[in-house]
Write a protein that binds this ligand. Structure first.
Ligand code: 13P
Ligand code: 13P
Ligand code: MG
Ligand code: MG
Length: 374
């Protein structure tokens, strides 16, 4: 059976700044999807990561379906009304256009979806991040799908012996999608060359080179490219199928033990490590640290199991302690150097206005001396 897995997520308001949505807001979205989605979807799961709510639905309508996307958009519009009633901060924050038009891509909410031929058993992982951008997934995906140091299946399992095909998008290119396809392991150094630049090149999808099946899909929207200014962080989502011809679940989770530094945190403008946390976890210190949640599922005939919370295991307490330590260490240097993002990312914020004013106050010493003496 062909099943479509669709995640559409947005921040439409949160309690106490950018912490988490209210229960009333989440319930409104659940109620909307359960009523309006009934004729469209086979199953659904709604959860939050920091201040972002994800609507995850299964159906048979294929990717980019007008009605499924419109239903999710309308659910977020209904949620925005609740956020306004409750005086939540950032009500409707990620709904960057006035009305739905055909497809939710380019309107603000993040989308990750794939149509699959269900295997007899179909385990997969649904990741959602808060206070960061889609480049945060580059390193974990590279390590899980291309590095036998993290994914021993690449050498132990004949089902993965030929490696994986990476589809990488140039997210600085606006308008038409600009992508490149590269094979691991042959093009490993090319893949690494692109993926080191998390703000420009982002993994969009990964395919098995043994079976041709899609293994992963990642939301690639950069909100500042849509809004032209800073309106909030992209807060990406991704789906990763696991086991058999794909990496095992534990191989996909393992790279998140690094707590690697990503773009995000306060005002979306800092370098902060990514913290794996339990489902429905709020955000905290310095509007961060950037969070990642992982709901593990199986699906059969479009029906989902309950989610297993992959980062709630005690092992991750140790990782969280490490990430907290790394966060405090980089925060000690405030705005200086590597602690704040480069100008290419900050140019969507108020810093540009400040620099424009300061530009007019610079002078050439030689010219000024000549003017005084002359
Ligand atoms: P969100 O994108 O999660 O709303 O975060 C915005 C921000 O800048 C927090 O400081
Ligand atoms: P305000 O300037 O409205 O407080 O917003 C700041 C912020 O939350 C940045 O994301
Ligand atoms: Mg927010
Ligand atoms: Mg957010």
């Amino acid at each position: 059976m062909k099943t479509t897995l669709t995640i559409i997520k947005a921040d439409v308001g949160s309690i106490g700044g950018h912490i988490c949505p209210s229960a009333q807001l989440v319930n409104r979205i659940k109620e909307f999807v359960s009523n309006e989605g009934r004729r469209l979807v086979l199953d659904s799961y709604i959860g939050f990561t920091g201040d972002d709510i994800a609507i995850f639905v299964t159906h048979t309508r294929g990717v980019g379906d007008h009605d499924v996307h419109e239903m999710a958009w309308n659910a977020f519009v209904a949620g925005t009304a609740v956020a306004k009633e409750q005086g939540l901060y950032g009500a409707g924050q990620d709904l960057l256009k006035d009305a739905f038009s055909g497809n939710i891509r380019g309107l603000g909410p993040a989308v990750a979806e794939m149509e699959i031929d269900e295997r007899p058993n179909e385990p997969f992982l649904f990741f959602a991040a808060d206070k960061t951008d889609p480049g945060a997934f580059n390193l974990p995906l590279y390590l899980a799908f291309a590095d036998p140091m993290y994914c021993p299946g690449l050498i132990l399992s004949p089902k993965m012996g030929k490696g994986f095909r990476f589809v990488i998008m140039d997210v600085e290119h606006t308008g038409e999608d600009r992508v490149i396809e590269l094979n691991a392991p042959e093009n490993l150094y090319d893949i690494a060359t692109l993926l080191r630049d998390n703000e420009r090149f982002v993994v969009e999808a990964i395919y098995s080179r043994v079976t041709g099946e899609q293994a992963a899909v990642i939301s690639t929207s950069r909100l500042h490219n849509i809004a032209g200014t800073y309106t909030g962080k992209d807060d990406p989502v991704m789906l990763v199928r696991t086991q058999s011809s794909f990496p095992a679940t534990g191989e996909v989770l393992a790279p998140f033990g690094i707590g690697h530094f990503v773009a995000g945190g306060m005002r979306g403008s800092h370098t902060v490590p990514l913290m794996p946390v339990a489902l429905n976890c709020p955000t905290s210190y310095f509007d961060g640290p950037p969070l990642i949640t992982c709901a593990a599922f199986c699906v059969h005939n479009g029906k989902l199991t309950e989610p297993a919370d992959a980062f709630s295991h005690p092992f991750w307490n140790h990782v969280r302690d490490k990430v907290a330590r790394k966060t405090l260490e980089i925060r000690e240097q405030g705005f200086s150097g590597a602690a704040m993002l480069p100008m290419s990312e900050l140019e969507y914020t108020g810093v540009v206005e400040k620099l424009n004013v300061l530009e007019t106050q610079f002078y050439l010493r030689k010219e000024k001396l000549a003017a005084v003496s002359g």
